[in-house]
Ligand binder design. Structure first.
Ligand SMILES: CC(=O)N[C@H]1[C@@H](OP(=O)(O)OP(=O)(O)OC[C@H]2O[C@@H](n3ccc(=O)[nH]c3=O)[C@H](O)[C@@H]2O)O[C@H](CO)[C@@H](O)[C@@H]1O[C@H](C)C(=O)N[C@@H](C)C(=O)N[C@H](CCC(=O)O)C(=O)O
Ligand SMILES: Nc1ncnc2c1ncn2[C@@H]1O[C@H](COP(=O)(O)OP(=O)(O)OP(=O)(O)O)[C@@H](O)[C@H]1O
Ligand SMILES: N[C@H](CCC[C@H](N)C(=O)O)C(=O)O
Ligand SMILES: [Mg+2]
Length: 490
């Protein structure tokens, strides 16, 4: 493909040879081959601009970078927002793309919602995929990417790879990091969803305002002019603010929840293995037998249905299909049954809000004590730690604070910060021992919740060159500690 054609289609100003042949895109100089367009960006750990000469030596034909940066020996595509310009150019290169693409943002519930949208599309007979923390999930395989939002080149290459395999519908997770680094841009996004907003990632974003603004880029800039924005209307003031962002662009707003206009949740009744939801859509009332427990899973399922309806799904079938949703890996997953009969649940709650939601989800199913095991990640927002301790202390009957990816920090110091909020909690640093202790103390009527790692497969210890990932899987460890009894689907 010729550079001039890509630039014209992307609306990017080109001051250089338009006839240059482009063979690929890279943001890491080590991935540059002859004919590559190199994106040189300033990052958190490195300045990509330092690698421009090396990229050109490796064959880069053009470099997308800030106007004031020197580029010798290749076309300089100059833009004050080089990550965005690069995304736009690359999006013209990685074609075809699936015709229906939707994105989900919010502090919690992104992974669950994209996965549920994928399942609903699939039940409707579409070739569908989801992209997010669990990797790229198609009907028959799941490939892990390691990050919620892969880098922009991987993201676009994945999208076009899926389209070539015949996938027509994709739901992707738009994390705040991904949005602020333009890691998922350039596609025609037909609908977006906003799930909720609470404290997380302030180590990166600095303040709640900046964190929210990063999320709002999805609505302000990423979605198409014709897009619908699905808003979980029960997310307090943040829901109203998200809707305002959509109104500013004259986008259609589709609200879901007890305060929702498009899918109104009238009642939610927990049943033994799930819950009954009474909803009203377009004047018709219906009851959905959702096979998943917890208010938060109901919220995610209804938002997912909203995305499917917003992109042309048939209402009756879509709402009926909610009763056939499969559990999402590591989200209130029933991992094991303790020898006494107490179920052990694994959940990915790693914010105070999420921990509160996970505890609330299990409470109606618990006749005895709710025992919670959790920790907090190192080199991540430290301000959420005491708040997580507080929520657990208040909501659970017994709390064990343990380690969860200490990374470059002292694990004991992280535990102390969590324990500061949790009166009477026990401290067991070793995660396996902590899970074992919780299971050993669980009586027949009790429930054990192991929170924070969900689907994760390792414990991350150390940082930089000293980083090691020790294999660790909460579900597998819970099963081992419980004596190998499986929990089955929740
Ligand atoms: C802080 C952060 O988000 N960093 C991400 C970001 O890195 P960066 O742009 O700051 O990159 P950098 O490492 O400083 O390097 C700058 C530039 O120089 C280039 N470079 C660098 C070294 C070199 O030898 N050659 C070279 O060309 C790099 O490719 C890059 O373009 O972009 C990279 C790829 O696009 C990511 O891999 C990297 O994620 C790091 C590993 C990370 O841990 N990110 C976490 C915090 C994250 O993003 N998490 C969210 C989930 C949050 C949630 O859902 O709760 C996610 O979306 O995954
Ligand atoms: N709608 C919701 N409201 C409150 N808490 C939720 C909601 N959905 C999920 N959670 C909690 O957040 C955890 C993570 O859910 P999920 O993986 O779907 O979110 P995410 O937004 O993708 O998270 P991440 O930012 O880490 O990628 C769940 O295990 C649960 O504890
Ligand atoms: N996507 C989240 C995952 C956190 C999960 C938890 N296990 C931790 O390591 O803090 C993050 O990067 O903050
Ligand atoms: Mg996620």
């Amino acid at each position: 493909m010729r550079l001039g054609k890509l630039a014209a289609a992307a609306g990017v100003v080109l001051d250089g040879d338009p006839d240059l042949q482009v063979t690929g895109f890279a943001i890491d100089h080590r991935k540059v081959a002859p004919g590559t367009v190199f994106g040189a960006f300033r990052g958190a750990a490195f300045n990509g601009e330092d690698f421009i000469p090396a990229a050109i030596a490796a064959g880069a034909v053009a470099v997308v970078t800030r106007p004031e940066v020197a580029v010798a020996g290749a076309v300089h595509v100059a833009d004050a927002e080089p990550r965005r310009a690069f995304a736009r150019l690359a999006a013209r290169f990685f074609t075809p793309v699936p015709p229906t693409v939707v994105a989900v943002t919010g502090t919690n519930g992104k992974t669950s919602t994209v996965e549920m949208a994928r399942q609903l599309w699939r039940m409707a007979g579409e070739r569908a995929a989801s992209i997010g923390t669990l990797g790229v999930t198609t009907s028959d395989e799941s490939i892990s990417t390691g990050l919620t939002t892969p880098d922009i080149v991987t993201f676009l290459a994945n999208m076009s790879g899926l389209a070539r395999e015949g996938v027509t519908h994709v739901a992707y997770e738009a994390s705040s990091h991904g949005l602020s680094q333009y890691r998922n841009e350039g596609l025609h996004v037909s609908a977006a969803a906003f799930t909720n907003f609470s404290r997380d990632h302030l180590d990166y974003h600095g303040s709640m305002e900046e964190y929210f603004a990063a999320k709002m880029r999805l609505i302000d800039e990423v979605v198409a002019d014709s897009a619908t924005v699905v808003v979980w209307a029960d997310a307090g003031e943040w829901a109203g603010l998200a809707a305002e962002h959509a109104h500013k662009r004259h986008l259609r707003v589709f609200t879901v929840g007890e305060h929702g206009d498009d899918i109104r949740l009238l009642a939610r009744t927990p049943t033994q293995l799930g819950q009954d939801l009474t909803v009203v859509h377009e004047g018709a009332q219906r009851t959905i037998r959702l096979p998943l427990i917890g208010a938060y899973q109901a919220a995610n399922a209804l938002v997912a249905a909203g995305l499917v309806l917003a992109t042309g799904g048939e209402a009756g079938a879509t709402l009926d299909n909610l009763s056939r949703l499969q559990p999402v890996r590591g989200r209130l997953e029933r991992a094991a049954i303790a020898p006494t009969g107490a179920p052990v649940y694994v959940d990915y709650a790693h914010t105070a809000d999420a921990l509160e939601a996970a505890i609330a989800a299990l409470r109606p199913h618990c006749a005895g004590r709710l025992i919670v095991v959790f920790g907090a990640g190192g080199d991540r927002d430290a301000g959420k730690r005491a708040a997580m301790g507080e929520v657990a202390g208040r909501g659970a009957d017994a709390v064990i604070v343990t380690d969860d990816n200490p990374r470059g920090e002292d694990p004991a110091a992280i535990r102390r910060a969590v324990l500061a909020g949790a009166d009477g909690a026990r401290e067991i640093g070793d995660r396996r021992a902590a899970i074992g202790a919780a299971i050993a103390m669980a009586g027949a009527d009790d429930i054990v919740l192991v929170a924070g790692k969900g689907h994760e497969q390792g414990q991350i210890i150390g940082t930089g060159e000293n980083m090691r990932v020790l294999p660790f899987d909460d579900v597998a460890v819970a099963r081992e500690c419980a004596g190998g009894t499986q929990g089955g689907a929740a």
